[in-house]
Design a protein around this ligand. Structure first.
Ligand code: F6R
Length: 263
């Protein structure tokens, strides 16, 4: 795992957007794993800008989102399908048929989860998985005690997640209590993972996720097992990291990060 610390949330999002854009340019057939949430809004805005300004090409790319609420129609304003359409897909030249989210309205949710796993496998697996982190440490909706080898399945949302996301609903009581989410094991199979976290309210959980012991109570700690995982944070989210100086040194000195230092 590597931790890249940027001065502010905008610079952190720029770095993540550049990593995605570079992967997409290197492999136009990229299979991209996507996340939703407030943190990602900046990344999608920057990717749209890169498409408009520099012609970043999404035409051959395929996407798989991490999760979707159970019981929301795709056109529901709080569904993750709606979020992705509005923030990214509508504004770039992606073929909507190549964009995938679990269907939270499926009559047989277990069959839907198995079909989603099969679809990822048929696509050849995920090349680059974008991740956020919940305040209690989930990736996707892998709530506390999610098995580290779990696959796509229905999860009951934790009180912390409900508290985090309910304000996004006009009537907070209408937030679904369950979601379909890729499992921790599904996420760990992605060839590369990039987690983005910004803001002081993520400082505690980032320190525990990156430097704490691996535990199913905090599914993000499983990323410590991943061969190629980058955690991008702003200074505020980095505030509790004991090794921050070392991580800064790596970013300033390792040749891999040279092209990203001026962002
Ligand atoms: C959403 C997802 C979640 C969010 C996390 C952070 O698809 O997978 O794990 O990334 O809850 O959300 P924000 O960015 O709103 O703090």
């Amino acid at each position: 795992m590597e931790v890249l610390i940027r001065p502010d949330a905008e610079a952190a999002a720029r770095l993540v957007a550049r990593i995605i854009a570079d992967e997409l340019r290197a492999n136009p057939h990229l299979v991209l794993g996507l996340a939703t949430g407030r943190t990602m809004e900046r990344v999608y805005r920057l990717l749209v800008e890169m498409h408009v300004r520099d012609g970043l090409d999404f035409s051959l790319c395929r996407t798989f989102n991490l999760d979707e609420y159970v019981g929301l129609e795709p056109d529901h304003p709080q569904s993750y399908r709606h979020y992705m359409n509005e923030r990214l897909f509508k504004h770039v030249n992606i073929d909507l048929r190549n964009t995938h989210l679990p269907n939270g309205m499926a009559p047989d949710l277990d069959a839907e989860c198995a079909a989603y796993e099969a679809l990822i496998e048929r696509a050849g697996g995920i090349d680059l998985q974008l991740l956020g982190i919940g305040r209690a440490g989930h990736i996707g909706f892998n709530e506390p005690l999610s098995a580290l080898m779990s696959r796509t399945r229905v999860k009951a949302l934790s009180p912390a997640t409900i508290e985090q996301n309910a304000p996004l609903f006009p009537d907070p009581a209408q937030m679904p209590r369950r979601a379909i989410t890729m499992g921790v094991g599904t996420i760990l199979e992605a060839r590369r993972c990039v987690l983005l976290a910004t803001g002081g309210e993520k400082a505690d959980i980032i320190a525990r996720a990156v430097e704490g012991p691996i535990t199913s109570m905090i599914s993000a700690t499983a990323l410590q097992l991943h061969r190629r995982c980058v955690v991008v944070v702003d200074e505020a989210a980095a505030a509790r990291l004991e090794g921050a100086d070392y991580y800064r040194w790596i970013f300033e000195n390792e040749p891999e990060w040279e092209p990203y230092r001026d962002l």
